[in-house]
Structure formats: structure tokens, C-alpha cells
Write a protein that binds this ligand. Structure first.
Ligand code: NAD
Length: 259
């Protein structure tokens, strides 16, 4: 994988950052993306570049805006060269009962969690097909395979990502490009920490109990999956060894969907 060029959306935090670090450790040049404190992002970017010797870029493009998704891919092509690996990871959550679910949140989740993957994949595909090599990995969720109350937009977008993955995989199967989807179980990152804090406030339970009784109840390994464990699956799917794997849904969910 040395010398490959990768874009990881939503990689300033959590799973995306772990994926970006793992790809860079394998010798990939990486375009980081996401929100956050500029000085903190620059520190991470520089540290990754220094420890790996790879080119590490950053774009703060908003994945909720199609023109910015296209600008991210253009920036990656300018900074790194042709994009060989695209990881559609950026994601947001909103939890509310259906009848109270805000319409602007529905639109936001659709844009960031699903439409961004369409726009980014569309933007990288011509060059991937022209070179006869490409790896697209979408990050869905165990909630791409099963439902959950109070998460209508999240569950819909994650199911949608699986459909997008299969459709793209079939379309480009003879062009040396694979498209797969990884479905994480619960990983302790800011997106979950916020929900734990909300639940702790509502139920009056201590956060550790909320994690144990609410979030890990359906995760048979009874511990959070590590972001590095998700990244390891993604790195494998991006490798030469995984050339025969496409259109596949790979669960890394501690058994969540095994029941
Ligand atoms: P996180 O909140 O730590 O990271 C989300 C990243 O996306 C951040 O870098 C953030 O800045 C970025 N982001 C958010 N909105 C953006 C936008 N409009 N434009 C660009 N970047 C944006 O969350 P995470 O847990 O690392 O989640 C990463 C992915 O994994 C998401 O798609 C999430 O749905 C999925 N996932 C997470 C879990 C979990 O338990 N943490 C489980 C299943 C799936």
C-alpha cells in the first residue's frame, strides 16, 4: 500500500482518525478532513507526517455540502495526486422520537451520512477506473443492518450506505475497483460520549452504568470495539490481498448483529 493516496472523510476524531493513522502507518499519503480546533488538527497532521514520512494534508470541507465534497476530492488530487483509496467515514447522529424528529436534522443526517458518500465516490471514480485500481470503503454501522428506536435518520442513512456500496461494487467490478462497507458496533468516541451524557442526564444513572446497561447490552463481547479494530478491517479491505472482496458488508460489531 506504500505510496497510495487516501482520502478519509471525518478523520479529525474517533474512527476516522484511527483509519487515517493506520493507512499512513502502511505508507499511504492521506488527506484528513473534519471539524475541530485548527491548532489541534495541525498538530495531529504534522505528527502523522513526521512519524510516517508520508504526505498528510487537511481540508475542513463540510461533507453536508455537495460542492465542498467535490472540493475535498479536488484538493486531495492537487495535494497528493490521484485518489486510490476513499474512506467515506464522516457521520453525525441525532436521537429523538419520530414524531418529534426535527426536519433539519433529517436533512443533515442524509447529507453527511449518505449523500456525501455518493458525491465523493462519483468524484473519485473516473480516475480510479482510468488507472484500473481503487478502493472505496464506506463506514456504516450495526444500525445499517438492524433498526433502533429514536434513530430514524441514522438507521435509514446507514442502511442506505449498504445499498450504495452494493450498487457501486457491481457497477465497477471489472475495473479493478472494489467497494465495501464496514459496520462497526459501539466504539467509544465523541459521537457516543455525547449520547452517554444525554442518557445519564435523562435516567440519572452514572455514565459507566449507562455504557454497561444501555450501550453494551446488545454487544455480546461486553466491551466497546476499539477504533483500531475498525481501522484494521479497513486497511485489509484496502490491501492488494482484498482484491477479490467487493460488495461485502463486514461487521466489526462484537457480535451485535449475530443474534
Ligand atoms: P466522531 O464524532 O468521533 O467523528 C466524526 C467525524 O466526522 C469527526 O472528525 C467530525 O469532525 C466529522 N464530521 C462531522 N460532521 C462533518 C461534516 N459535516 N463534514 C466533515 N466532517 C464532519 O464519531 P465516530 O464514532 O468516529 O464516527 C465515525 C463514523 O463511524 C460515523 O459514520 C459513525 O456513524 C460511524 N459509527 C460509529 C459508531 C460508534 O459507536 N462510535 C458505531 C457505528 C458506526
Amino acid at each position: 500500500m506504500k505510496g497510495r493516496n487516501a482520502v478519509v472523510t471525518g478523520s479529525t476524531s474517533g474512527i476516522g482518525l484511527a483509519i487515517a493513522r493506520s493507512l499512513a502507518a502502511e505508507g499511504c499519503n492521506v488527506m484528513l478532513n473534519g471539524f475541530g480546533e485548527p491548532a489541534q488538527i495541525e498538530m495531529v497532521r504534522r505528527e502523522m507526517a513526521e512519524t510516517t514520512g508520508c504526505t498528510i494534508g487537511y481540508s475542513g470541507a463540510d461533507m453536508g455540502r455537495p460542492e465542498e465534497v467535490r472540493a475535498l476530492i479536488a484538493a486531495a488530487q492537487n495535494t497528493l495526486g490521484t485518489v486510490d483509496i476513499l474512506i467515506n467515514n464522516a457521520g453525525v447522529q441525532h436521537v429523538a422520537p419520530l414524531v418529534a424528529f426535527p426536519e433539519d436534522k433529517w436533512d443533515l443526517l442524509l447529507a453527511v451520512n449518505l449523500s456525501a458518500a455518493f458525491h465523493a465516490t462519483k468524484a473519485v471514480m473516473p480516475a480510479m477506473l482510468a488507472r484500473g485500481f481503487g478502493r472505496v470503503v464506506n463506514i456504516a454501522s450495526a444500525l445499517g443492518l438492524v433498526g433502533a428506536p429514536h434513530k430514524p435518520a441514522y438507521v435509514a442513512t446507514k442502511h442506505g450506505l449498504i445499498g450504495l456500496t452494493r450498487s457501486v461494487a457491481l457497477e465497477v467490478a471489472q475495473g479493478g475497483v472494489t467497494c465495501n462497507v464496514v459496520c462497526p458496533g459501539m466504539v467509544m468516541t465523541p459521537i457516543i460520549e455525547m449520547q452517554v451524557a444525554d442518557q445519564a442526564r435523562v435516567t440519572g444513572l452514572p455514565p459507566e452504568e449507562v455504557v454497561r446497561e444501555v450501550f453494551l447490552e446488545n454487544q455480546p463481547i461486553r466491551r466497546p470495539v476499539k477504533a483500531e479494530e475498525i481501522a484494521a478491517a479497513v486497511v485489509f479491505l484496502c490491501s492488494e490481498a482484498a482484491a477479490g472482496i467487493t460488495g461485502t458488508v463486514l461487521s466489526v460489531d462484537g457480535g451485535y448483529t449475530a443474534r
